[in-house]
Ligand binder design. Structure first.
Ligand SMILES: NC(=O)c1ccc[n+]([C@@H]2O[C@H](COP(=O)([O-])OP(=O)(O)OC[C@H]3O[C@@H](n4cnc5c(N)ncnc54)[C@H](OP(=O)(O)O)[C@@H]3O)[C@@H](O)[C@H]2O)c1
Length: 280
């Protein structure tokens, strides 16, 4: 049985069926937590649940579309009646919507806001009263470096992620002197299905979802407010603070936004991704 610092804590992870959410659920289980794993693809969640149970922890599978507020509220009520508490919330579900601003449709902005902003907002608003009532808990938002260093083509995604990050930035300060803590994780590129349709320049810094997952668990332990990873992303961010044009030049030089050739495709999550001639 895991003896970690999260022993017998109850953790809810959205976007648990793949990538960072999946890796984080496993890392939390190794640290001793019981898991509630939520997303839309049941079969993937059930596979993950078996792996969590092999680690000696409970795993409750919940099929939820987090863009639907009633579904999110039902999920949280169910977890509270089952376990009586939520100690950790990982807000991880997300979809990468890209379009150049000159091709931007409001439809893609709306779809990005639905999952990348409202989905996270609904989840945090549903969990927060329970954490406040017990005056304990930790909310982790898996955001993106795009909120600090916007990349060309990432407009619809960055709008929504930035809005939710700003919300959690405010929340952290409002929760000052309470027992409820927040962490905003700002990863650069992570090797998941999220970026599978993107051709990235040679030498790009791509980290594994396991590295992000371990960082998340460490950040909970140390009650970190904001974490940027990998380390070199911090360097580029500091350059931007002092010289935004130099940072823009570096992004252009390295073509960090990558290349997207298709106009409309579907990714493996079945999410419609509109890709409107980004890159060459
Ligand atoms: N990969 C990167 O380069 C990168 C970089 C920075 C930040 N991030 C952030 O990391 C988070 C996780 O992304 P990832 O890289 O792990 O990508 P991923 O492997 O594609 O995972 C995305 C997750 O979101 C879930 N999801 C999507 N729409 C949903 C909905 N409407 N309701 C419930 N769940 C939904 C998916 O599950 P279902 O399809 O089963 O619903 C899946 O589990 C995202 O928030 C993303 O913004 C990723």
């Amino acid at each position: 049985m895991p003896q970690g610092f999260l022993r017998d804590k109850i953790a809810v992870v959205t976007g648990a069926s793949s990538g960072i959410g999946r890796a984080t659920a496993l890392e939390l289980a190794k640290a001793g937590a019981h898991l509630v794993i939520a997303s839309r693809r049941k079969m993937l969640l059930e596979e993950l649940a078996s792996e969590i149970e092999e680690l000696g922890r409970d795993a409750l599978v919940e099929v939820v579309d987090i863009t639907e507020r009633e579904q999110v509220e039902r999920l949280i009520s169910k977890v509270i009646s089952h376990y009586g508490q939520i100690d950790i919330l990982i807000v991880c579900a997300g979809v990468y919507y890209r379009s150049l601003v000159e091709n931007l449709s409001l439809d893609i902005v709306d779809r990005s806001l639905a999952i990348n902003f409202y989905g996270g907002l609904f989840t945090i608003l549903a969990v927060l009263p329970h954490m406040r009532a017990r005056n304990t808990g930790h909310i982790v938002l898996v955001s993106t470096m795009d909120t600090k260093l916007g990349l060309p083509g990432d407009g619809p995604y960055a709008i929504a992620k930035s809005a939710l990050s700003s919300f959690v930035d405010v929340l952290r300060q409002e929760l000052h002197e309470t027992g409820v803590h927040t962490t905003i994780i700002l990863p650069g590129r992570v090797d998941t299905a999220f970026i599978e349709d993107l051709k990235l320049p040679r030498g790009s810094m791509i980290i594994s979802p396991q590295v992000v997952a371990r960082t998340i668990v460490r950040s909970i332990k140390r009650r970190k407010a904001i974490v940027i990873l990998p380390f070199l992303a911090n360097v580029l961010y500091i350059i931007k603070v002092f010289s935004p044009r130099l940072a823009d030049w570096i992004i252009r030089l390295l073509h960090m936004q990558g290349w997207e050739k298709e106009e409309v495709r579907s990714n493996s999550s079945g999410n419609s991704l509109v890709k409107e001639q980004i890159g060459d």
